[in-house]
Design a protein around this ligand. Structure first.
Ligand SMILES: Cc1ncc(COP(=O)(O)O)c(C=O)c1O
Length: 392
């Protein structure tokens, strides 16, 4: 069989870290170990029934068997606008301020190609969601990282960025509630972001994937709630986490109309729009009963408490996440994040993601997903408390 060489663009794509984690965990499961997998970010709950039912009806309707209109159905854009008005008091024009996406990831990977030329500078958080790097590589952009440190509540400190980088930057990605750190943004931080973006002509893309998941009674802020935010950027919203629809692949971008039309243009060339049945179900999710969202938030908060309270009571000084479904835990002194993750897998049969997978500044932490039952999280705490390294 001939082996056709791949293009330079493909050769320059970052390594998909999670593929190797999945493989390693799979080997332990195959060997018969009862692995508690807290390593990935795949929601464990089912999509709410009323959304599934809408999809079943819509799948039977021949209207949805044709190509959907390019750029998506207007009713879904209207639903996204209604959702932003209801949840955040933000007014969005469905006709030019919403782009329908095949999940948030698709939008995040497309945007650098929409706005940057090869060699242009883009600011990306470190630690951060690894798929941001895929978009950087496909656009052949220059990436400058913004450190998220615990001392600054995992928010970038713009005054610490090299002035040349901020001058040159054309695009910035942010993500709160944050993956992997579980931090949330403050109004002041977003206000400063709008100021910086205006001053330096930077387009801000706020990834609001965990927008629905905030703890201790605090609803996470939408970037678009800040005065002037729509002038300088967009927000990416996904139904994957809010409605447990990760497998359905549907989300949307909202905000600055020039960026929205750039996304729609690239998507016109890449795809036809999403299956109409999924678009009807997405409308139902966004505009139908919302008790499921409050229930899900409570479920994650209870799980967070089991994990964090349990680890604290065994003497591990950990920080509680304020949102998202991840806890970001400092590894015991003297170990790298990979060494500690290996110890957890090999000795306690618990899978976690080493912080280094999220960037250099992730070293020294592991990310733990709250994506299993309270009982299993309690069992994870019990197994961790029995490890030799915590007995010293
Ligand atoms: C920070 C962040 N952004 C975006 C996504 C993408 O979600 P989706 O493509 O399912 O909408 C994820 C998924 O894990 C994420 O963690």
């Amino acid at each position: 069989m001939k082996q056709f060489p791949t293009s330079q663009v493909l050769n320059n794509l970052p390594k998909q870290f999670f593929a190797s984690l999945v493989k390693k965990v799979g080997e332990y499961i195959e060997a018969g170990y009862d692995v508690i997998n807290l390593g990935q970010g795949n929601p464990d709950q089912a999509t709410p029934q009323h959304i599934v039912k809408k999809m079943q009806e819509a799948a039977a309707d021949p209207v949805n068997h044709k190509y959907s209109p390019f750029q998506g159905h207007r009713y879904l854009k209207q639903a996204a606008a209604d959702f932003y008005q209801r949840e955040y008091g933000v007014s969005i024009n469905p006709d030019n301020e919403v782009a329908v996406l095949f999940g948030g990831k698709a939008g995040l990977v497309e945007i650098p190609q929409c706005l940057l030329n090869p060699g242009d500078t883009m600011l990306v958080p470190d630690p951060g969601y690894p798929d941001y790097l895929s978009g950087v590589a496909l656009a052949k952009a220059e990436m400058v990282t913004m450190t998220l440190s615990e001392t600054n509540h995992f928010l970038p400190n713009y005054s610490e960025l090299p002035s040349e980088a901020i001058e040159k930057a054309k695009l910035m990605f942010l993500n709160y509630p944050n993956n992997p750190t579980g931090a949330t943004a403050t109004k002041e931080f977003f206000e400063e972001t709008v100021r910086i973006a205006n001053q330096h002509d930077i387009c801000v893309v706020h990834d609001f994937a965990y927008g629905a998941i905030g703890f201790d009674g605090e609803k996470p802020l939408s970037f678009l709630q800040i005065d002037g935010a729509k002038e300088v950027g967009i927000e990416i919203y996904t139904l994957s986490k809010t409605y447990n629809m990760a497998g359905w692949r549907v989300g949307f971008a909202v905000g600055n109309s020039s960026v929205i039309s750039a996304i729609e243009l690239i998507q016109d060339h890449l795809y036809c729009s999403i299956f109409g049945g999924i678009q009807e179900a997405a409308r139902e999710a966004l505009t139908g009963p919302q008790d499921c969202v409050a229930d899900l938030n409570n479920l994650y908060e209870k799980r967070r408490n089991v994990l964090i309270d349990g680890l604290r009571s065994m003497g591990w000084d950990v920080t509680a996440p304020k949102g998202s479904f991840f806890a970001w835990l400092k590894v015991p002194a003297g170990l790298t994040s990979t060494e500690f993750a290996d110890i957890l897998l090999e000795q306690a049969h618990i899978a976690v993601a080493p912080g280094i997978a999220f960037g250099e500044q992730g070293e020294g932490y592991v990310r733990v997903g709250l994506l299993t039952s309270e009982e299993r999280l309690g069992e994870a705490v019990r197994r961790i408390s029995e490890l030799e390294i915590f007995k010293k």
